[in-house]
Design a protein around this ligand. Structure first.
Ligand SMILES: [Zn+2]
Length: 105
């Protein structure tokens, strides 16, 4: 817990309170840090998502070329599904990361 200055009455208030006890002004420091935390959490989530999609795509490619021969039958289906989902998932995650970053600035 830290003491911060209320932006409206300049009295010292706890950074944990949501509203200033002196003038009932909304504690913007609290909101700001909360927004930042939510934003970072969301960024991490999107990064994980793109990482997972990338792994899926690579797994699909590895399955396809496993043993030095192009896949056939069931293995080809699995490989194709993995790489298609991985690739689309990765693209979607990247776009969402860009949009998310743009929103914050
Ligand atoms: Zn105040």
């Amino acid at each position: 817990m830290a003491l911060i200055q209320c932006p409206s009455c300049n009295k010292r208030i706890s950074s944990l309170v949501k509203t200033c006890p002196h003038c009932a002004q909304k504690n913007s420091a609290e909101n700001e840090s909360l927004n930042k935390i939510t934003h970072i959490k969301r960024s991490n989530q999107l990064m994980n998502q793109s990482f997972f999609a990338m792994t899926l795509f690579i797994a699909g490619v590895v399955i396809w070329f496993w043993g030095g021969e192009p896949a056939e039958g069931m293995r080809a289906n699995i490989a194709a599904i993995c790489s298609v989902f991985g690739f689309t998932g990765y693209l979607i995650a990247r776009v969402r990361i860009v949009l998310h970053k743009r929103k914050s600035v």
